[in-house]
Design a protein around this ligand. Structure first.
Ligand code: ADP
Length: 477
């Protein structure tokens, strides 16, 4: 049989019992260890005699209520932290014990009333709460202060929470947004709903451009990224959204396109004048013209024509992806057939051999852009070949998991290692390119088209033996 005293001393919580006169009759080992007052020292004394700092405390009032009125008191940590001066020694220091205390009347052996004080150590939970609060405050501050619009959306497509930047972008007060439908804020609600569905299905969705309607009537262009945090327990999944306002950038690009259009249009006019008058001069001089003058005129005409070509190409470059051409499923076989058709003259002139794969995939993209991309690569493969060598070109395609790895290999002059990146820059032509016609814009166009489709374009080469242009095209582009 276990003696009650042993039992009480073995408890992992504190037990103090006071008799009807509020004198200590039980002081278990847990209390003794954490107060550094032994049971011998405490027994028979009043609590405020053992701990003078308790005079006038809520604990003593609770003890009086239990003994005088038979009423229990629960002293929660929030309202009454650290009721008793208890601590745990840790090396040289001491950690206070966070407590949850219950004071209640109990019947004494003599039939009178006694008071039981039960103390639990809730330090670990309090520390956890504090940490959680710190993390919450930290995250909340980031959310509130972020310049980029942010929102959380329920699996049912309703806004749970938005930050001030989001409310400002929508022009609607925050309190009116919470609980409302997310897709209702967009002129194209299906696209907005699809973003939430995609994030729920795949866990992520990146860089989705959506027009967000502002209450004032304007539409702002936002690029959204979304992530789904899997719920714990029964709660529904929540989609976190972060947006980046691209309205100004898109407008600036549009202005630039407008500017490029106007400038090219206006520049081409005087160029045409130069051209036609040079031709007139040549005609007027008739047979009197000597060879030198003839050459001067030809050079001037050639210069004007090259400049015209540059302007036209630059205009085309500035326009890539802005005409709102639809992204669709396009068979690459059709794309290559069209590119070869357009180059039929050049292929025949050079006697080029062209090796195309038997099967090619169907990819997501803009048809016109894709034709231009392959046409430019093939045209270069025909152009940049040493004199006397017949162009031998091989197109290949490999399934690389998440991407199709396409390649266009030639047996041309090749590109030095230093220039492998440079060739994709605007107006960049390498040494030796002067004999061939070109403006140095073709590969910049290819790079821009690839980027707009989230594809990667690069070149590998063995100078003197040939180059391979590689294109990693995402299957979900
Ligand atoms: P362009 O052909 O009008 O000069 P591109 O932008 O298409 O302009 O190409 C840039 C430069 O890269 C070319 O001038 C040439 O020097 C080099 N280049 C492009 N394609 C090849 C190729 N297949 N082999 C060797 N050099 C190339």
């Amino acid at each position: 049989m276990i003696l009650p005293g042993t039992l009480i001393d073995g408890l992992d919580s504190g037990v103090i019992v006071l008799d009807g006169a509020a004198r200590v009759v039980v002081w278990n080992a847990w209390i003794a260890g954490r107060s550094e007052v032994t049971a011998e020292a405490a027994l028979g004394r009043r609590l405020d005699d053992v701990f003078p700092q308790l005079a006038g405390s809520h604990l003593l009032a609770a003890v009086a209520r239990a003994l005088d009125n038979g009423l229990p008191t629960v002293m929660s940590h929030n309202l009454h932290p650290r009721v008793l001066p208890l601590f745990v020694r840790q090396g040289a220091g001491a950690e206070p014990v966070e407590q949850s205390v219950v004071v209640r009347p109990v019947r004494a052996e003599d039939g009178g009333v006694a008071c039981l004080i039960q103390v639990s150590d809730i330090s670990a939970a309090v520390r956890r709460d504090r940490h959680l609060r710190d993390v919450t405050v930290y995250n909340r501050t980031l959310f509130e202060m972020a310049v980029d619009p942010m929102a959380t959306v329920s699996a049912a497509g309703r806004l749970i929470d938005v930050n001030p930047a989001f409310a400002a972008a929508a022009g609607v007060p925050r309190r009116n947004l919470a609980g409302s439908r997310f897709d209702a804020l967009f002129p194209e609600p299906q696209a907005a709903a699809a973003l939430v569905v995609a994030a729920l299905a795949d866990g992520r969705a990146n860089d989705v451009l959506l027009g967000l309607r502002h209450a004032g009537g304007t539409v702002r262009q936002l690029s959204f990224s979304a992530a789904t945090v899997p719920s714990q327990g029964d709660a529904d999944d929540v989609v976190f959204l972060v947006a980046h306002d691209l309205t100004e950038r898109i407008e600036a690009e549009r202005d630039l396109e407008e500017f490029a259009y106007v400038v090219s249009h206006d520049l081409r006019q005087p160029l045409r004048t130069v051209n036609s008058f040079l031709t007139l001069i040549e005609r007027r001089l008739g047979d009197d013209i000597d060879d030198e003058l003839k050459e001067f005129i030809a050079l001037a005409v050639g210069g004007a024509r090259r400049m015209d070509r540059l302007i036209v190409d630059l205009l085309a470059y500035s326009r890539i992806g802005r005409q709102g051409a639809p992204v669709e499923m396009v068979p690459l076989a059709e794309i290559l057939a069209e590119a070869c058709d357009n180059l039929a003259g050049a292929i025949a002139d050079a006697g080029a051999r062209l090796d195309l794969p038997a099967t090619l995939p169907v990819v997501h993209g803009c048809r016109g852009d894709l034709v231009r991309l392959f046409q430019n690569l093939l045209a270069n493969a025909i152009k940049y070949v040493p004199a006397g060598r017949t162009p031998d070109i091989a197109v290949a395609c490999r399934d690389d998991g998440v991407t199709w790895l396409l390649s266009v290999r030639d047996n041309g002059i090749g590109i030095a290692a230093d220039n492998l990146e440079r060739v994709f820059g605007l107006f960049q032509r390498l040494e030796g390119a002067d004999d061939t016609e070109g403006s140095g814009i073709g590969l910049a166009v290819c790079r821009k088209i690839a980027e707009r489709h989230r594809a990667r374009l690069w070149v590998e080469s063995e100078p003197g033996r040939g180059s391979t242009f590689c294109l990693a095209w995402p299957k979900d582009a």
